[in-house]
Ligand binder design. Structure first.
Ligand code: AMP
Length: 213
């Protein structure tokens, strides 16, 4: 099964992708994670995208399509969760072509629906484990008091540089201008499955299970 998690920043795409990996053994392909890795390891491409990401703008289609292409080739016989990709119509077209090239197709596009006010609150409260990627929230799921990640025991609590109000405003604008047209695009293709993203992570997981069967 190959699915897209579509929704604005803070909708819970990463959290649900991790759960799907656990529940169904699928592979999470997060272009945001790949770009942050490239930046952290100081590659040429990582250096080129750093400023764009810090501002909250989209990096070029060419770069993210290239990243996805590499991963599809490396793990061609697995089911994929596309998390944060595609974000433009050009990326959506490229994904169709790449999947077709590997004899695959999209099963569903999960539209994660959330209130805009909730996004700002979620994102400014968000932290992740720098080692295993577990996602925390200062209110609903605080980083453990002993200072160690509940999943892997690492003490590396990190906050994303672009999880601040200025960058978030740009990210939301990029979502509405460039990414939200994909909702209509996938609806017309008969692939869109809306999910209420306002519930607890487990409630959303349950809804997703029903949608995916
Ligand atoms: P994310 O972790 O998905 O919120 O992505 C973080 C940042 O990486 C975004 O604000 C963009 O700058 C960049 N990015 C991630 N995925 C894409 C994509 N599919 N297209 C363009 N830029 C992306």
């Amino acid at each position: 099964m190959n699915i897209i998690l579509l929704g604005p920043p803070g909708a819970g795409k990463g959290t649900q992708a991790r759960m799907l990996v656990e529940d169904r053994g699928m592979i999470q392909l997060s272009t945001g994670d790949m770009l942050r890795d490239a930046k952290a390891s100081g590659t040429e491409m990582g250096k080129r995208v750093a400023d764009v990401m810090a501002r909250g703008e989209l990096v070029t289609d060419e770069i993210v399509i290239g990243l996805i292409e590499e991963r599809l080739e490396a793990e061609a016989n697995r089911g994929f969760i596309f998390d944060g990709f595609p974000r433009t119509l050009a990326q959506a077209d490229a994904l169709d072509a790449l999947l077709a090239k590997h004899g695959k197709s999209l099963n569903a596009v999960i539209e994660m629906r959330v209130d805009d006010e909730a996004l700002v609150a979620r994102i400014t409260a968000r932290s992740t484990c720098g080692n295993c990627g577990e996602v925390y929230n200062d209110q609903s799921k605080p980083w453990p008091e002993d200072g160690k990640c509940a999943v892997c025991g690492s003490t590396d609590q990190t906050r994303r540089a672009d999880d601040n109000e200025d960058a978030l405003r740009t990210r939301l604008m990029a979502y509405y201008k460039q990414t939200s047209p994909l909702i209509g695009y996938y609806y017309a293709k008969g692939k869109l499955r809306p999910v209420d993203g306002m519930g607890t992570p487990d409630a959303v997981r349950h809804e997703l299970d029903i949608q995916l069967g």
